[in-house]
Design a binder for this molecule. Structure first.
Ligand SMILES: O=C(O)[C@H](O)[C@@H](O)[C@H](O)[C@H](O)COP(=O)(O)O
Length: 237
């Protein structure tokens, strides 16, 4: 596990863009494709903008990149709360990624139907041998002030065994919208997980999660134990 601390969110975004580009080149060379899970919320916006600009745009092998979402709010893509809509506007519409390589959560106002549709989409893509979990190359995650990540909130029941995507009723956290989220077993199967946290409150929360095992039991993000690498990107400013 690594902790990378940055003076501000811009420096964190620049470093994260370099990490995405390096992971993409590595995966494309080793496996012919790069499976990237995008984080929702506002923290990754600086990173997404950088991926659509020099020098990083030219350093990503976009034809080999497949993007997915760690979670999604169940609103149409045009809704400002849509994680897919935001990522599309910030960079996906501005890079030469093949349209068929973009795999959003299918919109359905019913969380259970949306979760089932997303899981079917993932299973069709990964075609798991022997019922195994999908191993994403890089999972980007944010961190909520209550320690949630993706849409895995404190106090939420674990997903049914074997599930890759789960329905989440509207949480107490803003935006109070029903969602779909990848499950912890899927997040923890990843080759690499990078958690982005910006601001003094979240920097302190990361410190608590990493330093205090007792407190960490309260925070879902403390349950991130990927089989691969876990990197915390923390911007105090
Ligand atoms: O869809 C979501 O809401 C996110 O996936 C969620 O987990 C987010 O990453 C955190 O809530 C941090 O959000 P901010 O980056 O906006 O603070």
């Amino acid at each position: 596990m690594e902790i990378n601390r940055f003076r501000d969110a811009d420096a964190m975004a620049e470093a994260a863009a370099g990490r995405v580009a390096a992971a993409a080149r590595r995966a494309a060379a080793e496996r012919g494709r790069f499976t990237l899970v995008l984080a929702g919320g506002r923290t990754p916006e600086g990173l997404y903008l950088r991926l659509a600009a020099d020098p990083w745009r030219a350093r990503v092998p976009w034809e080999a990149v497949h993007v997915f979402w760690g979670d999604e709010r169940l609103v149409p893509p045009e809704d400002p709360a849509s994680n897919f809509g935001r990522a599309r506007g910030l960079f996906l519409s501005r890079v030469p990624i093949p349209p068929g390589n973009v795999h959003p959560v299918p919109f359905d106002p019913d969380p259970a139907r949306a979760a089932a549709a997303y899981e079917a989409r993932l299973r069709a893509f990964f075609k798991p041998e022997g019922g195994g979990l999908p191993a994403f190359d890089l999972v980007l995650l944010g961190l909520g002030p209550d320690g949630h990540t993706a849409s895995l909130f404190p106090g939420a029941p674990p997903a049914p065994p074997g599930r890759w995507a789960a329905a989440v009723p509207a949480p107490d956290a803003e935006p109070r919208l029903p969602r779909v989220t990848l499950t912890f077993p899927v997040l923890n199967r990843a080759r690499e997980v990078c958690v982005l946290a910006a601001g003094p409150e979240k920097a302190a929360l990361v410190g608590e999660i990493l330093d205090d095992p007792a407190a960490a039991r309260r925070y879902p993000a403390a349950m991130l134990r990927p089989e691969g690498r876990l990197a915390w990107y923390v911007a105090a400013g």
